[in-house]
Design a binder for this molecule. Structure first.
Ligand code: MTE
Ligand code: MO
Length: 531
């Protein structure tokens, strides 16, 4: 218990100090972020696939479990001396300091949280250990007084040695009957203190009021997106709605704590291989023509049939227009961007600068300022590229460079340097192992080939011929398209597959590859029963 409470105290005080300095320096987040960074890509993929958007909660919970186990063990091994407990606390302190100091956003003041947290943990441990010793002393004294009646006074500990000094120093502190209570009181005090510190840290960490900054904004595009036409989705037969509600928009990022930036303080420098370095503020963006574009974003980690795809009306400014102001050196083939939490991204300059690329610095989604989780105040969106090479959230820096000179976060972890979206399709109805009426039912799903457009979706039942499905009304080539087909099948189990063909005439390949390094491919199929 002493071990567990001491570690809790260390984390809580670390969290409180971080709340006052910078919440990202909280040992639990700094270590968690470092764990995310050093986790091998296949394991990260596994976590994303297995736990979906809960992967961060799972990481924090497993870290907490491991810490409790370690702390309890160290506490148990510290019955006689404090050495093992102190070694554990010191070791955790070193880990926290290392994790904090190797974060890409490290500032020296970030060390306050792990250092003061460790000090609090050590102090708490010594306090608790002393109280525990007293309680144990009381017990052993009680046992002794039963075994050796008359030889020593009850509660006075082991018999004095020749010099008349007690053998165990701790026992001299002991007041009969008080040891156990002392431990309970001390441990309660440490637990309550830790709880208060943790809450205080949480409260202080939220003191940057992002919500107030968001609420103060009213984004009205100068050039609104055309209304979504009737028939753009087949939601009535099971496809997603054409626009994804902000709350339902998929989320993928490496940030354990969502970076908290206020629009009023936002600044971004555009530098590197440019004619003239410029710094943009949020107001500069508001002063430019605000455009609204309907764009589908998809994650490279999306498995065949996976959920990491959503569509929004993004509001923002044209990125190519912004870059023309700075003047891009034609040799700069990569736009390196960095988010407030140090995550980096590399986007091919030619994709962004191409005529009609529709690449944006986005500040709004579906009529609202960006939600915090989706990059408030400013993010990038480039139709046709996977998010990891284009969609930097909490954007704070943009440098024109070359692919030869700079590898972004995921590229360093063996993902492809360039990530054009692969033409893909997914079956949403029927669901796996569903039962459908054999007399007739509608199969439906989505298809996407951002910035190219979908030309055709075909469906195959069992080993039958490919049949062309009906497509929804096209909104634009940057967003998904829905398909549906009416089928009547004999009773029994069946399998359907789908494949899309894009406007370039490329048909989705049947070759199954995993998401790493440049996106999954293969046909989605579903097994179901007609009855
Ligand atoms: N700062 C930051 N931006 C990021 C990421 C990240 O980890 N950190 N992940 C990228 C990836 S892999 C994807 S798929 C998209 C997802 O954007 P969303 O969470 O708004 O859907 O954000 C991109 N932008
Ligand atoms: Mo992604």
């Amino acid at each position: 218990m002493a071990g567990v409470l001491a570690v809790a105290a260390a984390l809580a005080v670390g969290h409180l100090v971080a709340g006052l300095v910078r919440i990202e320096s909280s040992p639990i987040f700094a270590v968690g972020d470092a764990v995310i960074d050093v986790t091998p890509a296949p394991m990260k993929e596994f976590a994303i696939q297995q736990f979906g958007e809960d992967n961060k909660k799972v990481l924090l919970a497993s870290m907490a479990l491991m810490l409790v186990a370690l702390a309890a063990l160290a506490g148990a091994l510290s019955r006689r001396t404090t050495t093992i407990g102190l070694v554990l606390l010191g070791g955790l302190g070193v880990v926290a300091v290392l994790a904090t100091s190797t974060r890409p956003t490290f500032e020296v003041t970030d060390l306050l949280a792990p250092v003061l947290g460790t000090a609090a943990g050590i102090a708490g441990f010594l306090l608790l250990h002393r109280a525990a010793q007293q309680s144990a002393g009381q017990q052993s004294a009680a046992q002794q007084s039963v075994g050796q009646q008359g030889e020593s006074a009850p509660g006075a500990g082991p018999a004095p040695d020749a010099e008349g000094e007690p053998r165990t120093k701790e026992l001299t502190w002991e007041i009969p009957g008080l040891g156990r209570r002392t431990f309970l009181v001390t441990s309660t005090a440490v637990a309550v203190g830790a709880g208060a510190a943790a809450l205080g840290g949480r409260f202080a960490g939220q003191s940057i009021d992002v919500e107030a900054s968001r609420r103060a904004l009213d984004l009205v595009p100068d050039e609104p997106a055309p209304p979504i036409p009737e028939g753009a989705d087949f939601a009535s037969v099971g496809t997603p709605t054409f626009l994804t509600d902000n709350a339902d928009f998929y989320r993928v990022d490496t940030a354990l704590t969502v970076p908290r930036l206020r629009a009023e303080n936002w600044e971004m420098r555009i530098h590197g291989m440019v004619d003239e370095e410029i710094t943009l503020t949020y107001q500069d963006l508001l002063d430019m023509p605000l455009v609204e574009r309907t764009i589908t974003l998809v994650c490279v980690s999306n498995e065949v049939g996976g959920p990491y795809i959503s569509t929004s009306n993004f509001i923002g400014v044209d990125l190519a227009e912004v870059l023309r102001r700075a003047g891009v050196d034609p040799r700069a083939d990569q736009i390196a961007t960095r988010s407030d939490d140090g995550w980096t991204c590399g986007t091919p300059t030619e994709v962004v600068m191409a005529e009609g690329s529709n690449a944006m610095l986005a500040i709004g989604m579906n009529g609202e300022p960006l939600p915090s989780e989706h990059g408030f105040p400013v993010r990038m969106v480039v139709p046709g590229l996977y998010g990891y090479v284009s969609a930097t959230k909490w954007l704070v820096d943009m440098e024109l460079t070359t692919f030869a000179d700079f590898d972004a976060y995921w590229v360093r972890r063996n993902w492809a340097e360039r990530g054009p979206v692969k033409t893909m399709s997914r079956i949403d109805r029927p669901r796996s192992f569903a039962r459908v009426p054999s007399g007739g039912f509608i199969a439906a799903g989505i298809a996407w080939a951002q910035h190219i457009g979908i030309d055709k979706v075909e469906v195959q039942v069992d080993d039958g011929p490919w049949q062309e499905a009906e497509l929804s009304t096209e909104v634009n080539v940057d967003s998904w398209r829905m398909w549906r087909i009416e089928l009547a099948l004999d009773p029994g189990t069946h399998r359907i597959s789908c494949r899309a063909t894009d406007r370039n005439g490329n048909t989705q390949t049947s070759e199954r590859v995993p998401p790493i390094p440049d996106g999954a491919s293969g046909w989605h199929s579903i097994a179901f029963t007609a009855e």
